[in-house]
Design a protein. Sequence first.
Length: 291
Amino acid sequence: MKTLTVFTPAYNRAHLLPRLYESLCRQTSDDFEWLVIDDGSSDNTKELVTQWIQEHKIAIRYIYQENEGMHGAHNTAYKKIYTELNTCIDSDDYMPDHAVELILKKWNSMDQEKYAGIIGLDALESGQIIGTQFQTAYTTLEDFYLEGGKGDKKLVYRTDVINRYPEYPVFEGEKYVGLGTKYLFIDKDYQLATLNEVLVIVEYQENGSSNTMFAQYLKYPKGFIYNRITTMQYSKSIKRKFIEAIHYISSCIILKKRNFLKDTPEKALTVLAIPFGVMLYLLIQYKVKIK
């Protein structure tokens, strides 16, 4: 059995997948498999991946499901991963040639039972590292940012660890739940070993989730309310809890949920956040209207 699963949620991204596939074919270690979760694509994703499977250059598995959004694809992936480690590489990103080798070298040199996995660096195609490097040998994801760290980072988790925590909820009619909630659960029990090496090259798409966030606030309020409640409950940062309370208020207004205090785990902060949440709601409406 392979040690690492690289999994990729894909929704109508057949035009981007070849670059990722080619990067996986160039890996200096073949101790991995590629798991493609086709999240209801209507393009030629299935035909493309089937062709690559038949080429036998790397180990590939393909799973199709009805569209559930990124978090639903992650749920499916975690159920179907059998390797010791896993990492998500999005369809618009790709891996440097030595990435798998670097992950496995780090993994084999560390106390594997002590950590939830490894956290490495993201970079742009220019080679510029996104955000800051790590200043400690280990951290939690939240601690990294609370201590001044910046930028997206690549997470490599132990599969047995990530499956100990709740799945992302799937809300009828909605396609978004933030992935960070599961990572917050894990942060309470485990740290991550840091690796100051680039594990992924990223390209932010114009229609990607990071560029359409205001519209998503309006489309997926139940998912965002779940995110806000979970973060208020599990984060160790009062500042972050207050920001989440503001967003919680705005999502409640979008959902026409009047009893703001019923479900929040931070009632005092939520009361203080009400005027700011109202202003955020108005800002969201304005931003979406002018787009």
